[in-house]
Design a protein around this ligand. Structure first.
Ligand code: 5GP
Ligand code: ZN
Length: 142
């Protein structure tokens, strides 16, 4: 637990939350400032800042819980779809530095945008640049 982390305090029960799922590793609760009815956050109980810092087994459990909860959340609020996303790091808009997946139920004509609306200035990458990026990502895993 990280003492000054708001999500660690929620897991510990020091800050109340509307809890929708809990097991030994994962915790899920309603977002306090929902983007839509049913907006849910799924987190590991242990404090890890980003996906990059999260052990693979824990990340797997978070994803597995997202997989279970997405249909339950959609059904609960009668949503035909949802946006499921992580703001992974401060530059990507992450405000609470305890890794969390958002489930945002989506509705026809809700005024929301797809994930492609995240960035307005798209890069115009050449085939060579794309090839280099492909190679670099593969090399980083070696
Ligand atoms: P981020 O921008 O870091 O991806 O998302 C953080 C989310 O946490 C926001 O959607 C915000 O509404 C939610 N949040 C922040 N503080 C609290 C809190 O104390 N309780 C709950 N339930 N949600 C919170
Ligand atoms: Zn934390």
């Amino acid at each position: 637990m990280s003492e000054d982390c708001i999500f660690c305090q929620i897991v510990a029960g020091d800050i109340p939350s509307r809890t929708v799922y809990e097991d030994d590793t994962v915790f899920a609760f309603l977002d306090a400032n929902p983007l839509s009815p049913g907006h849910t956050l799924v987190i590991p109980k242990a404090h890890h800042e980003r996906l990059n810092d999260t052990p693979a087994d824990v990340a797997g459990e978070v994803l597995s819980t997202l997989h279970e909860l997405v249909p339950a959340v959609e059904a609960a609020v009668d949503a035909p779809a949802s946006t499921v996303a992580f703001n992974n790091g401060e530059a990507a808009g992450q405000e609470v530095p305890h890794v969390h997946g958002h489930i945002v139920p989506r509705f026809e004509d809700d005024g929301g945008r797809p994930i492609h609306a995240l960035v307005t200035d798209r890069p115009d990458l050449s085939d060579d640049e794309l090839d280099d990026i492909e190679d670099d990502i593969v090399a980083e895993q070696a």
